[in-house]
Design a protein around this ligand. Structure first.
Ligand code: F6R
Length: 386
């Protein structure tokens, strides 16, 4: 799992667009899985703007959306179908015939779910965009959904209905049911891009990355996937701790050099004594399966090596903008230690380095150009609140 922390929604949109561009540049007829909601709006704006100014074409792209409410008029403002048309599809050159979304008005909802499952199976996504619910849902797979449920009728929780109420005249009008792609169906995507903004997502993000690996937080299923990029703002990342970022960095960097077996071994052998105060306070059972993550690293490495040159250039540029001073410090002092950055401003910088660990050359080049940030050393870290 690569994690990038950005300053605001606009940067999130730009960073996420790098992933879209990479995929569609390599494969113009890519299948993209789209999400609705407030979070991806900045990405969709960036896509529309890029397209307007002669950027990417989506003529051959196929689009599948994650979910749709049951019983909502697809032409009405609250429907996800309408949201996609208004926010994105009407602003790019995608062929409407190449867009699909579950039909929440179907006479036979079970048959509609089966149709959608078959369509996804036939067209596995090259890139799946995801948001995350405050309760850790992905698509409308609410807590305790069985991962192997294919596209199904989901009963929405009270918190999900409340979070989505703004699209409806009255909160009581938020439907109780939706049709949603299943968790394992989401995992069939070649790459996954999960986006989160705001403090109200912080607990779900913590749970997804560091929490107990079970269906109480459906997003933990993403740990099984070999190619997940998570883009967060500082607030959504605010419960994560430096130590977790260190681990992420160490694994990503090691994977660029070490074969899978060595990588796994190293992860298994990490002595407890090397863990920071924060990590020690986290019950072992709540920590993510390091071995599992380590096993997945080689595929991440391959992907980084295959990245399109333009996309790499964009990533480098973004890292330069957002992370230079602390990257300098990290590069100077070797692997991050307890003394490295305070929270939250500096953590963002470190994470940006980690995110691009597979593109080490770019990061290193960048660091030598900048002034050292001596004043950042030795500040007290913020502890997570769990
Ligand atoms: C929407 C979807 C949901 C949202 C999630 C976050 O298609 O699948 O899982 O991604 O509820 O919504 P926002 O972005 O509005 O906070």
């Amino acid at each position: 799992m690569r994690i990038a922390i950005v300053k605001n929604a606009k940067e999130l949109g730009e960073r996420a667009f790098v992933e879209i561009k990479k995929v569609i540049s390599e494969k113009p007829d890519a299948v993209i899985g789209f999400a609705t909601g407030a979070t991806p709006v900045a990405l969709y704006e960036k896509m529309a703007d890029d397209h307007k100014h002669g950027g990417l074409s989506y003529k051959q792209v196929k689009a599948f959306n994650l979910d749709e409410y049951v019983g909502v008029d697809p032409n009405g403002k609250a429907s996800f179908k309408r949201f996609m048309a208004d926010t994105l599809f009407s602003k790019i050159d995608i062929d409407p015939a190449n867009t699909d979304i579950p039909n929440g008005m179907a006479q036979d909802l079970e048959a509609e779910c089966a149709r959608y499952s078959a369509a996804i199976k036939e067209n596995p996504a090259d890139l799946q965009i995801l948001g995350i619910g405050e309760n850790g849902h992905i698509a409308f797979n609410e807590p305790y959904t069985k991962p192997d449920e294919p596209t199904h009728i989901a009963l929405l929780t009270a918190s999900t209905r409340a979070a989505n109420a703004s699209a409806f005249k009255d909160p009581s009008l938020v439907p109780q049911y939706a049709l949603t792609m299943g968790i394992n169906e989401i995992l069939t995507a070649k790459r996954i891009l999960l986006l989160a903004l705001g403090e109200r997502k912080a607990q779900a993000i913590y749970d997804m990355i560091m929490g107990r690996d079970d269906t109480s937080c459906p997003a933990t299923a993403l740990r099984k996937h070999p190619d997940v990029t998570v883009v967060l703002d500082r607030e959504a990342a605010s419960l994560l701790t430096i130590k977790e970022w260190e681990k992420g960095s160490a694994q990503a960097e090691e994977s660029a050099e070490a074969p899978a077996t060595e990588q796994t071994e190293e992860a298994e052998q990490t002595p407890v004594a090397e863990q920071t105060e924060e990590a020690e306070q986290t019950p072992v059972a709540e920590q993510p399966a390091e071995t599992e993550q380590a096993e997945e690293q080689p595929e991440v490495r391959e992907e980084a090596a295959e990245s399109a040159p333009e996309a790499e250039a964009e990533t480098e540029e973004q890292v330069e903008e957002t992370s230079a001073p602390v990257e300098e410090e990290v590069a100077e002092s070797g692997p991050p230690t307890d003394e490295v950055p305070t929270y939250p401003e500096e953590q963002e910088e470190v994470a940006a380095t980690y995110e691009d660990a597979g593109e080490e050359a770019e990061v290193e080049d960048l660091t030598v150009q900048e002034e050292p940030a001596q004043e950042n050393r030795g500040k007290k870290k913020k502890k997570h609140r769990r």
